[in-house]
Design a protein around this ligand. Structure first.
Ligand code: SF4
Length: 235
């Protein structure tokens, strides 16, 4: 439950993010400018976390090397996939790039044809997780940035058995702020006509890393990735 002041802040954060992101998108004509706008939005999530009251941040149990949440399904929109792909192409060695293409291909093959329930039960580590850490931390998707828990043991139990709920371990005062920025970014991109479909992160990332036409389609406001990369509908 949020206080009235927290609710007000949530609305302000959302409105500010939509306005700032929309301003930046209005002048975009080339991919580099679009990546700069996306970078602003994702940095805004980090700034919002840093500006959250210290007593709220003190309840966060997440620590480097704790990766229980990185075995759950990650749903994204196309812009998050392209931002991650750009990060990989700019920062990974050719050998590491080949390796991530191989792991995302396997991830994708595991999910082909699965319904929502079977996908959520798969419980396999994200293909970007290396030695217990996110290998694309500065380029990670919005859901990864917005996820915080106040109980690492509960996350570990959920990772072992996905039927164990984790929602009660979310931190409402922090989650509301992070989601306000995340949804503000998404709203600005959707209003500007960019693909707003929900994709499985690992599957769409494999497509982005192996098919340069995806970015062309996205810049033209067309669906970026094939239907086979979509998040399956809830059953
Ligand atoms: S992208 Fe990084 S933070 Fe997100 S699930 Fe994968 S390894 Fe974890």
């Amino acid at each position: 439950m949020l206080t009235a002041a927290q609710e007000k802040q949530r609305h302000q954060l959302y409105a500010q993010t939509v306005a700032s992101m929309s301003d930046q998108l209005a002048t975009v004509t080339v991919p580099a400018a679009l990546f700069a706008a996306l970078g602003w939005g994702l940095d805004e999530m980090e700034r919002t976390y840093a500006a959250t009251p210290a007593k709220v941040r003190a309840t966060v149990a997440c620590r480097a090397g704790c990766a229980h949440c990185c075995s759950t399904a990650v749903d994204v929109q196309a812009h998050e996939v392209f931002f991650a792909a750009e990060f990989i192409q700019n920062n990974f060695t050719p050998a590491d790039l080949s390796s991530v293409i191989e792991r995302t291909a396997f991830h994708r093959s595991q999910r082909q044809g699965l319904g929502a329930n079977a996908r959520s039960q798969l419980n396999s580590p994200c293909p970007l997780l290396r030695d217990g850490r996110c290998s694309i931390y500065a380029g990670r998707p919005e859901a990864c940035r917005a996820h915080h828990s106040n109980n690492a043991a509960a996350c570990a139990a959920h990772a072992t058995d996905p039927s164990i709920p984790i929602a009660k371990n979310y931190i409402p005062a922090l989650r509301a702020r992070m989601f306000a920025v995340m949804l503000g970014m998404d709203e600005a991109l959707e209003s500007a006509g960019y693909d707003d479909r929900s994709y499985d992160f690992g599957s769409a990332l494999h497509e982005a890393l192996t098919n340069s036409l995806c970015l062309v389609r996205w810049m033209r406001r067309q669906p970026a990735f094939p239907e086979s990369c979509l998040t399956p509908p809830l059953e």
